[in-house]
Design a protein around this ligand. Sequence first.
Ligand code: DAH
Length: 358
Amino acid sequence: MRSIWYAMTINDIDQRRVALLSALEAINSAEMLESFKLAHLVRKGSIAEMFEQLKNVSKEDKPVVGKVLNVFRAEIEEAFKSLEATLGSAKEVSKETIDLSMPARSVIVTEPGHEHPLISTLNRMVGIFTAMGFDVAYGPEVEDDEHNFEKLNFAADHPARDMQDTFFVKPTADWSPDSAMKPALLRTHTSPVQVRLMESGKLPIRSVMPGRVYRNEEITARSAACFFQLEGLVIDKGISMADLKGVLLEFARQFFGSDSKIRVRPSYFPFTEPSVEIDVSCYLCSGKGCRVCKYSGWLEILGAGMVHPNVLKACGIDDEIYTGYAFGMGIDRTALMRYGINDIRMFTENDYRFLRQF
Ligand code: DAH
């Protein structure tokens, strides 16, 4: 663009103005902007050269041409500055991106998510049962008295129905305890899902039912008001206690270790007869006695039994033809043992330092 004028006219200046403004418009990098500056705006650049040429302009024209030249320079400088402001930040970024020695971005960006220890314990349990041919069923967490208690053979005055143990949900705003309407409740165990499965009328049944349950309990390091259970139910012709023992021994061997043993103790639940509690030999000390099993050699893991004939009848199943077993276990305490955690509240506090260890 360098040229020498012998008699610079206003028209010449205007042509140069159009040329420089379109050159500025084409600039899209800090480097291009820098070369524009070196060519036109520095002390020996093309604009300064135009001012030099003023001396060749005739005396009469000089004031007008000089004025036009000043306006031209101001316009180009202003366009340059505003472009510099927008490209300036881009320049810094482009400098950063070519620094190959930069450390990787912060851990939070690159770290994958973690499976919650409760969910991974639950999934592992469910996986063992599905591999043995069980399917998985779910039910609502807000239940009614009929499914949570009545059809499970709980007597009308059973203490579990007491307000002290169960969270009730007001069915209507003006509901009171004297009302004939039974309130809804947060299920206190996963056993109501058994009732729903049996009521559906599809037999045989061979299912596990994982889920959250709620009890009005004091929250401590060992107990929570909301926790997880895994329920199991098998209904078919000719099912006996031997089937229950076989399945649970296999479960214990896969979950706690291949040399695990189980122990069956008599117990009581309204919905099973006979009812049992099942312990597994302590996986840590192999039954010798340690801190985890409180020096007994055994860990209590679940309640179980043969489904009570009253429950079968209440759910529309012919108890002369069908029998079945059921079991229910808590997930949280097993997860505590599995990971050596000593406070159940850690599961729900969402402390990232805790969660990221799993
Ligand atoms: N529902 C019982 C509870 O929450 C656990 C239980 C015991 C479930 C025996 C069962 C069973 O299915 O057969 O304490």
